[in-house]
Design a protein around this ligand. Sequence first.
Ligand code: PGA
Length: 252
Amino acid sequence: MRKKIVAGNWKMNKTLEEARTLTAEVMGMVADEVKGNAITILCVPFPYLVPLKNQLGNSSVKIGAQNCSEHDSGAYTGEVSALMLKSIDIPYVILGHSERRLYFGEDAKLLAKKVDKALAASLTPIFCCGEPLEIREAGTHEKLVKQQIEEALFHLSAEALQKIVIAYEPVWAIGTGKTATSQQAQEMHAVIRKHLASKYGAGVAETISILYGGSVKADNAKELFACPDVDGGLVGGASLKSREFVDIVKTM
Ligand code: PGA
């Protein structure tokens, strides 16, 4: 059975004190209400990884980073490698978020390298894909998303691919309050799974968790997560409020 996952993407938000408070609230509520039904992950800014990981202790809530370098070490000022994340026991890392693609020029070639580094360090990449509005309007969104996946992931062995979580995040739905309809999400998730199956076989494709991201809220999560190919969500804005985030987790 595929894993159900709700991951919060805090982006560049919160002071340490606020981060500790949010973590404590999420931990408390998830323990009470979710009882291990879904994997809950908090993807937090680099400086908070160690303190929040320590705070989470044995909680069912896991921690993740939001990016890593394509290099192992060296003169890359300001960068953080997958090996560094591994050395502090971070299990998850978001890669290829549309904000990284847009503001930091991350392209498929670079992302393929980052995916390799993350896997080599035994991290689970949460690999993001998704089309901007003009591509959706032009009707070429399926083609683009298939290409994003092919270029960054299709060099992997089937065994390596099965260690990846994919997040489909239409760029027009991120932070805009415009969620994809459950039909739009299901259609694209099915396209992604079929594309994985075309390369790796249906058996492998069936094991990959594909999350939806883009203005997921407590009041739309239920319908989105009920789609057969939607295995959870990558949640931005709503992950910054404990009650809202845990309500999303609960819908799993
Ligand atoms: P949003 O962000 O939930 O605020 O739309 C999602 C994301 O960027 O991962």
